[in-house]
Design a protein around this ligand. Structure first.
Ligand code: GLA
Length: 399
């Protein structure tokens, strides 16, 4: 009760500055399907492969998730995005592309499960998917049953070709269809933040996109961060803001930028859905090594996956390009991100009061350098590369 009150008070203050209305969140019902108690982690085909999906690709990725250590680091879901579906039978059952998926989805799901992973598919709540494949509008119940029969554990539901439909209504129909399917299925809402999902999505899905699609470039990361960070107060166990999937390892950014991208997603308690070719991660090239170091950084992953489920917020931005972010964690420590958006290396300093510590001294661990200082007094300052971060975890040290 006490902490709830405190949270509501904080909410009031920050909402006022962000220009949001508190009523959007007050007393709202929340989806309680017992899933996604921490932000979902996994892989999705879209960012790297687009429509070029197949049974062979998905099996290869599942194998690589195990061999690369991704599964053991927490990446669970192997999700096929658009383009696996081609038609419907006269009875309305969705038809899988049999050239690309000759063994059918049930066999593929079984294979993914045999690797200790979970299985996800994609559909669209409108009449067609974004790539023009059959959508689920009017077929929600039958599709949910079909997915359940394949052993699907996660469904991402898009919003293309939905003219004249109401997003909240259609996604709620899907929520109920999934609940009636008899299988526990994570529900990923993908309407790009275009129908005020902050007003209804926490009662409907486990995660909801807050933005348009990510692109593999730095400016896109900034755009997504600036949107998704506004809705921090909605996040919690079972319900997450989704600033879209990861681009780490896809080649369009520097490794410094990818490290920042990954750190920001962890600070925002965002889903960590890798979007790279996991099969190429075992290569010995410099970039493959950097990709592994980023996606497999267990200390950063632990911040994202922290059981408290709080989304981090910006506590300092002066000047606006030099930011300090803080995310409270379950053991009483705090993750702190020094984030340099400027085009030159800059010193960023975080003082303990601003970070929310009540002591003069703190134990500080650098989550990328993997080094630790036992008793840092009053503040921590570091030179942060342009488009880069220094990510810390800090524990109060009693005086
Ligand atoms: C939309 C979604 C993307 C992806 C594509 C597939 O753009 O936002 O994440 O699923 O559709 O067509």
């Amino acid at each position: 009760m006490h902490s709830h009150l405190r949270r509501m008070l904080t909410l009031g203050v920050v909402c006022a500055t962000a220009g949001l209305t508190v009523s959007a969140t007050r007393g709202e019902r929340r989806l309680d399907n017992g899933l996604a108690r921490t932000p979902p982690m996994g892989w999705n085909s879209w960012n790297k492969f687009g429509c070029n999906v197949s049974d062979k690709l998905i099996r290869g990725v599942a194998d690589a998730m195990v061999a690369s250590g991704m599964r053991d680091a927490g990446y669970q879901y192997v999700n096929i995005d658009d383009c696996w579906q081609v038609a419907r039978t006269p009875q309305g059952v969705i038809v899988v592309d049999s050239l690309r998926f000759p063994n059918g989805m049930k066999a593929l799901g079984d294979y993914v499960h045999s690797k200790g992973l979970k299985f996800g598919v994609y559909t669209d709540a409108g009449r067609k998917t974004c790539e023009g494949r059959p959508g689920s509008y009017g077929y929600e119940a039958i599709d949910a049953r079909t997915y359940a029969s394949w052993g699907v554990d996660y469904v991402k539901i898009d919003w293309c070709n939905a003219e004249g439909l109401d997003a909240r209504t259609q996604y709620t129909i899907f929520r109920d269809a999934l609940a009636a399917s008899g299988r526990k299925i994570v529900f990923s809402i993908c309407e790009w933040g275009s129908n005020q999902p902050w007003d209804w999505a926490p009662a409907v899905g486990n995660l909801w996109r807050t933005t348009g699609d990510i692109a593999d470039r730095w400016s896109s990361v900034l755009t997504l961060v600036d949107l998704s960070s506004q809705y921090w107060h909605l996040a919690g166990p079972g319900r997450w803001n989704d600033p879209d999937m990861l681009e780490v390892g896809n080649g369009g950014m520097t490794n410094t930028e990818y490290r920042a991208h990954f750190s920001l997603w962890a600070m925002m308690a965002a889903p960590l859905i890798a979007g790279n070719d996991v099969r190429a991660m075992m290569d010995s090239t410099r970039d493959a090594t950097a990709t592994r170091e980023i996606l497999l950084n267990k200390e950063v992953i632990a911040v994202d996956q922290d059981s408290l489920g709080r989304q981090g917020t910006i506590v300092q931005a002066s000047p606006s390009e030099l930011q300090v972010w803080v995310k409270p964690l379950a053991d009483g420590s705090r993750a702190v991100l020094l984030f340099n958006r400027a085009s030159v290396p800059s010193t960023i300093s975080a003082n303990w009061g601003r970070v929310g510590l009540k002591t003069r001294r703190a134990r500080v661990r650098d989550l990328w350098a993997h080094t630790e200082s036992a008793a840092v007094e009053n503040f921590y300052a570091a030179t942060v590369p342009s488009h880069g971060v220094v990510m810390l975890r800090v524990w109060s040290v009693p005086d």
